[in-house]
Design a protein around this ligand. Structure first.
Ligand code: 13P
Length: 253
């Protein structure tokens, strides 16, 4: 079975002390993820080391960065590179979040180079895609999201694609409380898997974990994750509450 993943995206939230407390509370929930399950915490850069140390003994838990630069090193003040993340022992990085695309002008071509940099440093990208409301209202979401994958991922080798994690996050559902219905999520995930299958074959497409993101909560996770092509979630707001995020972890297949 492909990995079922509950990923917390803290975004730019929480003080250091609040972050420590949140992880302590999550550990106190005492969840032992099954072999096919993975919990990720995408925390702000300054908290990566703290989170890694706290989760070091917790099997099935890992820490992720929320971004990295496309270059390996150099005069890029304020940026963080994939080799730096790898040198801390990290294994995951979120790339292409819609907030980075919108506020930091990250486009498909830039993201293709970030994906390459991450992969060449042994990091698994959690690659985000998703359409804005106007595209959904025009019922053009399938072509829109497929294009995002094609432009940023389809230069990858079969081996590289096999290790990818994709997060489908419709922009209209992020932070709005307006979750995509489980059917809408399933339809899009099945479509994305078929697009990957067309390029790489059904076997590889069947191994790529596709997470849903956008107002996932403890109260809707079971229904969303019960869909066959929904392999877990990328969670913003609800991941800032240990009890609610624990519920989301328990909802994984
Ligand atoms: P919310 O769960 O707050 O809607 O955020 C989703 C998201 O953007 C996760 O990356």
């Amino acid at each position: 079975m492909r990995k079922q993943i509950a990923a917390a995206n803290w975004k730019m939230n929480l003080s250091y002390a609040e972050g420590v407390q949140l992880i302590d509370k999550l550990i106190a929930e005492g969840i032992a993820p099954a072999a096919q399950q993975q919990v990720l915490l995408a925390v702000p850069f300054p908290y990566l080391d703290m989170a890694s140390q706290k989760l070091a003994g917790q099997s099935g838990y890992a820490v992720a960065a929320q971004n990295c630069h496309q270059k390996a090193s150099g005069a890029y003040t304020g940026e963080v590179s994939a080799p730096m993340l790898a040198s801390m022992g990290l294994k995951y990085v979120v790339l292409g979040h819609s907030e980075r695309r919108e506020y930091f002008r990250e486009d498909d071509a830039l993201l293709a180079s970030k994906v390459d940099m991450a992969l060449s440093n042994g990091l698994t990208p959690v690659f985000c895609c998703g359409e804005p409301l106007s595209v959904r209202e025009a019922d053009a979401q399938n072509a829109y999201v497929a294009e995002q994958l094609r432009n940023s991922l389809f230069h990858l080798s079969a081996d590289q694609m096999t290790g990818m994690v994709i997060a489908y996050e419709p922009i209209w559902a992020i932070g709005t409380g307006r979750t995509a219905s489980a059917e809408q999520a399933q339809d899009m995930h099945a479509w994305l898997r078929s697009v990957i299958a067309e390029q790489y074959g059904a076997s590889i497409a069947g191994q790529v974990s596709i997470l849903y993101g956008g107002s996932v909560k403890g109260s809707n996770a079971v229904e969303l994750f019960s869909k066959p092509d929904v392999d877990g979630g990328l969670v913003g707001g609800a991941s800032l509450d240990a009890v609610d995020f624990a519920k989301i972890i328990r909802a994984l297949k």
